[in-house]
Ligand binder design. Structure first.
Ligand code: GLC
Length: 569
């Protein structure tokens, strides 16, 4: 995984605002919709460009809502579309209650919301709480003096007597995490770019102001937020130096552990407050939670399930090698060790190389896309699809530093080429700009494989990756076992195949088997120990044609084949 989130308070509670159910709250009957939701991540710059400037826009999302409906997803998450200098492509927000003109107007947004609602699609916004842009009026004021009304809204400190920054903390995007401001004769802390100053979450006024900004969007009917960089909210108050680890990173800095700047206990107190902000709206909180183990992940739901509904599980999706043993262990963790709460499985996002660039062997890419789809969509819980994953899109890395857009790619070149490669435009058709835009030059070059890997082509091919995704998403709705069945790993006589069951209390079960190798595999299952009597298999989905095994004692899977079947008497 690209190391965006290397592993690793005082507080005055802002009065919980339990007021009458707001007009735009989701109906209480669907409160649990998220527990087995399929959520689709859209990177708006790269989804659909309707004004021909080479940059995607809100109307380009609205235009493609029918596609999302056909795909069958429940909700989509938009990475930030607020006004921003775009240093970090929207993750540097300068106004939290407006739309960046590059992406459209508030009227466009309202129309998108209405069209999404008409199709039963929920909208999730990205919420960046850890930092603002340095162009946000809060920071502009904060940096102007030590005595202004926002003086304590960011993390300001004096430097060392020798003119050095307060300590050795490093930006996740390279070099010191401190930048000096002569007007204050002080340094401010930024976990990311220097244009992204960290807010001071120990200041109750900051909390109150941020919660108000969130309510602005909740009042517009959004279904929840994906909380950006949520484990970065607090830093050690004593400013202790981080311990060094061995080696250096892509930016040439010594590696450090982030024990004093990541995942501090105070984060949980804010999560509980955030939950109270969204609760009256029946809205949900998804967390960007890169964590080292399932115990840490389980904590993110809160002791009383009063924190995040869906912290992202990055343990399963970022194993990054087709190892049956690793997948068995991590899937079992996700499915059985988070106190009955649903995991949110995630294999890809806008910060990491795409699935095929981490799992494929270059020979059987479509089969591997389907295999990953099976592991994403067949276990219990919620699932996240990164736009284009459902087509088997791959990375298109920049060839020259001059072409790089993402600043970390410029700083880290050539070791770190940045995140442009996984953010290239959505591939809709095989015509100009892959149907994304009509511009001479889209903001990032289209991946040349768009001629064959595109929505139009794949919708018309029964065996395509896209149709396999659609099939599995539909099965999650139609099959009681895939909807809510208990997850259980199955022992088999074959360690090259990942296999598991989803079974309901009535004894009915669905079997799932994925061949992790480039060779055909034959295997037999003993399901009696799982309390399952039936042995015949009725195929529900398969990544290969003509799947027709007689029964559980003789299942044959082609290279990297995936198979989903109902077990029948
Ligand atoms: C998150 C976002 C990433 C961004 C960073 C800083 O990790 O996913 O794209 O650069 O936060 O906001």
């Amino acid at each position: 995984m690209r190391c965006l989130r290397p592993l690793a308070s005082a507080s005055l509670l802002v009065a919980a605002s339990f007021f009458a159910r707001p007009a735009n709250a989701a109906p209480a009957t669907d409160r649990n919709w998220y527990r087995n939701a399929v959520i689709y991540e859209i990177y708006p710059r790269s989804f659909g460009d309707t004004d021909g400037n080479g940059i995607g826009d809100i109307n380009g999302i609205t235009k493609h809502l029918d596609y999302l409906k056909r795909l069958g997803v429940d909700a989509f998450w938009l990475t930030p579309i607020y006004p921003s200098p775009q240093v970090d492509f929207g993750y540097d927000i300068s106004n939290y209650e407006a739309i960046d003109p590059q992406y459209g107007t508030m009227a466009d947004f309202d129309r998108m919301m209405a069209e999404a609602k008409r199709r039963g699609l929920r909208v999730i916004m990205d919420m960046v709480l850890n930092h603002t842009s340095d162009q946000d009026p809060w920071f502009i004021e904060s940096q102007s003096s030590k005595t202004n009304s926002k003086a304590n809204w960011y993390i300001w400190h004096d430097g060392k007597p020798n003119g050095q920054p307060p300590n050795n903390w490093q930006s996740i995007f390279g070099h010191s995490a401190w930048t000096y401001v002569p007007a204050r004769k002080q340094w401010y802390y930024h976990a990311f770019y220097k244009q992204q100053p960290d807010l001071n979450w120990r200041n109750p006024e900051v909390r109150k102001a941020m919660y108000a900004q969130m309510r602005f969007w909740l009042d517009k009917g959004v279904a929840g937020f994906r909380l950006d960089a949520i484990t970065s909210l607090f830093e050690d108050i004593a400013l202790k130096d981080e311990p060094y680890l061995s080696g250096t990173n892509a930016y040439g800095d010594k590696n450090i552990s982030r024990i004093y700047t990541d995942n501090l206990p105070e984060v949980h107190e804010v999560l509980r407050e955030l939950r109270k902000v969204v609760e009256p709206y029946n809205a949900i909180l998804i967390g960007e939670t890169y964590l080292p183990n399932v115990q840490q992940l389980a904590k993110m739901y809160g002791k009383n399930n009063d924190e995040l509904q869906l912290p992202m599980d990055t343990q399963v999706g970022f194993i990054n090698k087709l190892s049956v043993a690793d997948f068995r262990a991590k899937l079992n963790d996700a499915e059985t060790k988070i106190n009955g709460q649903p995991p949110l499985l995630v294999f890809a996002n806008h910060d990491n190389p795409r699935v095929l660039n981490r799992y494929a062997d270059g020979k059987e890419d479509p089969e591997i896309s389907k295999l990953i789809a099976t592991i994403l969509l067949a276990p219990g819980g919620a699932a996240l699809i990164y736009y284009g994953q459902e087509l088997g899109m791959t990375d298109n890395p920049p060839k020259r530093i001059e072409d790089v857009q993402d600043p970390i790619g410029k700083l880290g070149w050539p070791k770190e080429k940045g995140r442009d490669e996984e953010r290239t435009p959505m591939q809709w058709t095989n015509s100009v700009d892959a149907g994304f835009s009509t511009a001479q030059r889209p903001w990032l070059p289209i991946n040349p494989n768009f001629k064959t890997i595109n929505v139009a082509a794949e919708e018309s091919q029964p065996g395509s990756v896209l149709n396999y995704f659609k099939k599995l998403i539909q099965l999650r709705k139609d099959s009681a076992q895939l909807r809510s069945g208990e997850f259980a790993l199955i022992a088999s006589d074959n360690n090259d195949v990942l296999s598991f069951l989803r079974k309901t209390a009535d004894g009915k079960a669905v079997l799932i088997a994925c061949n992790f190798t480039g060779r055909p595999q034959t295997l037999s299952f003993d399901l009696q120990s799982h309390g399952i009597q039936g042995k015949h298999l009725r195929t529900l989905a398969s990544s290969f044609p003509n799947a027709n095994p007689a029964d559980v004692s003789h299942v044959t899977l082609p290279a990297h084949g995936s198979y989903v079947a109902q077990i029948e008497p």
